[in-house]
Design a binder for this molecule. Structure first.
Ligand SMILES: O=C[C@H](O)COP(=O)(O)O
Length: 361
């Protein structure tokens, strides 16, 4: 495609808020198409790696992005849809299963990482899990995301849980250290046991439209990842235009990224719906050309259950139900889980506990 326009309403999520039960049913397993399945057992196996393609500038060079159409579409996503009651609970459990529970702070310690991992294993209080009818298969988060030197403690703390450890790498967050060091950092994190590597691209290469260098670097990073999945952080707040966001998304996927991710959480502007819409359209276009399914990860500044619902609706509307599973969708967040837990507690008990009663995260 060479233009991003507002599509005709697809109605894919129209079903989301309909027919919610009047009485409080505490099972959050809703009718088939109404909301995402919530049992971890329902998650499909991890999708195969994206082999990438050669660099094909003709797939993106003439792209035009209609900014007002993108903004209009993004604005209506949150308003046209309302997800109520037990459907909302099911969507929130799904969001929780897609969270990359993150700590990326200068004062991270192994102790903090271990506490985060305990929360990743049991993100919801036991009484809430029981009230939701999920005691047989309590949900866990999608992954724990940390700095490379914290991978070791995280891997140890998550042993036997099946929860992967994701490591940022390549001079996060700026990505401006020399390439050999960036590649060595990836190899270090993989050796420590990271199953997923969140690399940052060099934004200067986008701003100077140096697609060959960007492609070659991400290719080399993918090589360095070995079996670990590669998520490419575009740092979209630095990229100036949505056309650049589209182009950088395409080059990252051509170079073999398994996921494209919006932001580091450290830019002035992080995940937004218009940027995310542009990226998922690129992802869809890439899929139509190659048959590959690529994952998407919005990250940075996402804090509320409402944010989670907005992005789940975006995925379902634009890409379909398949992109509501953690192998193709993650939310990178250091402080969203507490609000999701709070909303689920309210659903289950009819009241809110004080925020201090929920573990931070
Ligand atoms: O990759 C994840 C982000 O760094 C998280 O950003 P956040 O701290 O704003 O949630």
């Amino acid at each position: 495609m060479d233009r991003i326009e507002e599509p005709a309403a697809r109605g894919a999520a129209k079903d989301a808020g309909k027919g919610a039960a009047k009485g409080r049913s505490l099972s959050v397993v809703p009718p088939a198409e109404a909301a995402p399945a919530t049992s971890p057992a329902a998650s499909p196996p991890p999708h195969h790696r994206n082999p990438g393609t050669e660099l094909k500038p003709d797939w993106f060079e003439t792209i035009q992005v209609n900014l007002s159409a993108v903004e209009r579409r993004a604005a209506t996503l949150g308003t046209r849809r309302s997800v109520k009651k037990e459907y909302q609970a099911a969507w929130l459990v799904k969001a929780l299963q897609c969270i990359d529970l993150t700590t990326l702070a200068g004062d991270d310690t192994p102790g903090r990482v271990r506490r985060l991992c305990a929360k990743a294993r049991r993100p919801l209080r036991e009484d809430i899990v029981e009230a939701l009818g999920l005691a047989d298969a309590p949900p866990t988060v999608g992954a724990v995301c940390v700095y490379p030197t914290m991978v070791g403690p995280a891997v140890k703390a998550l042993e036997g849980s099946g929860i992967p450890v994701a490591s940022v790498a390549t001079g996060f967050p700026a990505g401006l250290t020399p390439l050999p060091q960036r590649l060595a950092e990836i190899r270090y994190a993989v050796e420590e046991g990271a199953g997923e590597i969140d690399i940052v691209i060099n934004r200067a290469q986008v701003l100077t439209q140096d697609w060959t260098r960007l492609y070659d670097e991400v290719r080399a990073m993918r090589e360095a990842c070995g079996p670990a999945h590669l998520k490419a952080i575009l740092g979209t707040g630095d990229l100036k235009t949505l056309r650049n966001v589209y182009k950088a998304s395409m080059v990252a996927m051509m170079a073999g990224s398994d996921f494209i991710k919006t932001s580091t959480g450290k830019e002035d502007v992080n995940a937004t719906l218009p940027v995310s819409l542009t990226m998922v359209r690129a992802l869809r276009d890439y899929g139509e050309r190659t048959g590959e399914t690529i994952g998407f990860k919005p990250a940075g500044g996402l804090k509320t259950a409402k944010d989670a619902l907005s992005w789940l609706i975006l995925m379902k509307e634009e890409l379909g139900r398949r992109w509501l599973e953690p192998d193709l969708f993650r939310i990178g967040a250091s402080s969203m889980l507490a609000d999701i837990e709070r909303q689920l507690e309210h659903y289950a008990t009819g009241r809110y506990a004080a925020a201090a009663h929920h573990a931070l995260a």
